[in-house]
Design a protein around this ligand. Structure first.
Ligand SMILES: [Zn+2]
Ligand SMILES: [Zn+2]
Length: 261
């Protein structure tokens, strides 16, 4: 096997993805409680003891909630930027903490992580491409807009996990207070279905076998709206082999199937 990705959960109630090459298993974010993370790993036939490392995208609770107890019990390395760790308020045993920089690639047992900055209202938030055995995947959630840098990093990926947080109209007429609506819509907030569609219609290179729409808002989006908007954008790209791309949804309360490459 080259590389596999399983989404353990995705959304404001908690984000975690399992990345594996068959020998090394890494959690990208751990926003579910330690107990819930263990339960979802068991659903995948794994025990927490089979996790080799945790990598953190940013400090927000829906990405880091389970970090303290989980990492403490397991004594495994945690790859996190200085700023994100500081902002999380968590303390990690110095022997276990692996300092990363938002623009410097790092390797975990042969799995290459290339972090890159994303626009989001956290301290030094990052997305990742992840490469192993000629396979490349990307996990990019929590970003207010899709910058040139992000579009560039999403090139030549076999699998893209990308936030499709809200439907703009549902957000505008929805229950959030005005200040929160402003935050979500801002360039440092979350990515809308429209932004994802614009990316798929204009910049996506058509290479990925799966584009997994993630971090959908329960209040400001519907799975069918996110899928329909992305599907329509892809339809206009038939010249780019985009008909080989399957659209998928990552759900908040369900472990996804395992995407293997
Ligand atoms: Zn966030
Ligand atoms: Zn989030």
């Amino acid at each position: 096997m080259g590389l596999s990705i399983t989404i353990l959960g995705s959304g404001s109630s908690g984000n975690a993805a399992l990345v594996s090459d068959g020998a090394t298993r890494i959690l990208v974010d751990i926003g579910l409680s330690g107990r819930e993370t263990a339960r979802r790993l068991r659903e995948c036939g794994l025990s927490p003891q089979q996790i080799s490392a945790i990598v953190l995208s940013h400090e927000h609770g829906d990405h880091s909630r389970g970090l303290g107890p989980f990492a403490r019990d397991l004594e495994i390395p945690v790859f996190v930027t200085d700023q994100a760790l500081q902002a999380s308020g968590l303390t990690l045993d110095p022997g276990r903490r692996q300092r990363i920089d938002s623009s410097v690639p790092f390797d975990i047992n042969g799995i290459l992580f290339t972090p890159f900055a994303v626009p989001h209202d956290a301290r030094d938030p990052i997305g990742f491409t992840i490469e192993r055995n000629g396979i490349k995947a990307a996990i990019v959630v929590d970003l207010g807009c899709l910058t040139n840098l992000v579009a560039e990093r999403l090139r030549a990926c076999d699998c893209i996990v990308l936030e499709s947080n809200h439907d703009l109209r549902m957000l505008q007429v929805g229950p959030y207070p005005w200040a929160l609506k402003q935050r979500v819509m801002s360039r440092l907030g979350h990515l809308s279905n429209d932004s994802v569609a614009r990316y798929l219609a204009n910049e996506f290179d058509g290479r990925a076998r799966h584009v997994i729409l993630a971090h959908l808002s329960k209040k400001n989006n519907l799975p069918e709206l996110a899928l329909e908007s992305a599907r329509r954008a892809l339809e206009g790209r038939s010249a780019l082999r985009s008909n080989q791309t399957r659209l998928e949804l990552a759900k908040p309360d369900e472990v996804s199937r395992t995407y293997s490459y």
